[in-house]
Unconditional design. Structure first.
Length: 118
C-alpha cells in the first residue's frame, strides 16, 4: 500500500488542522493505521492509531483529548484532527499502515509538516 499525507501547514497556538492520508494500491480496510510525528532533533514518536474497522482508537498521552484519528475506508483515507495546537506539536507528521491490527507498522507515507507558532 502507498500512503500520501497532506494537510500540514503553519497555524497559531490554539488553532486546528486536519491531516489526511490517502492510500493507494491496496484497500485500506485491510490495514490498521497510525500517525506518528518527528520534531526537529527528536526521535519519531507515536501519536495515534486506529483499528481496521475504525471501532478502536489509541492516543499518546501528550495528544489525548486534543487530537482525533478517524478513517473512511470507502474513500481509502485516514484523518487526524489536530485541535488546541501547541508549539510543542510542531513536527513532521507521518501516516503509517500495518496489515491487521497488531504488529509493526510496515508502510509509511512521506510526511507533512505542521508548524505551530506561539
Amino acid at each position: 500500500v502507498q500512503l500520501q499525507a497532506s494537510g500540514g501547514g503553519l497555524v497559531q497556538a490554539g488553532g486546528s488542522l486536519r491531516l489526511s492520508c490517502a492510500a493507494s494500491g491496496r484497500t485500506l480496510s485491510r490495514y490498521g493505521m497510525g500517525w506518528f510525528r518527528q520534531a526537529p532533533g527528536k526521535e519519531r514518536e507515536f501519536v495515534a492509531a486506529i483499528t481496521l474497522s475504525g471501532g478502536g482508537t489509541h492516543y499518546a498521552d501528550s495528544v489525548k483529548g486534543r487530537f482525533s484519528i478517524s478513517r473512511d475506508n470507502a474513500k481509502n483515507t485516514l484523518y487526524l484532527w489536530l485541535n488546541s495546537l501547541k508549539p510543542e506539536d510542531t513536527a513532521v507528521y507521518y501516516c503509517a499502515a500495518r496489515y491487521g491490527d497488531v504488529g509493526d507498522f510496515d508502510y509509511w507515507g512521506q510526511g507533512t509538516l505542521v508548524t505551530v507558532s506561539s
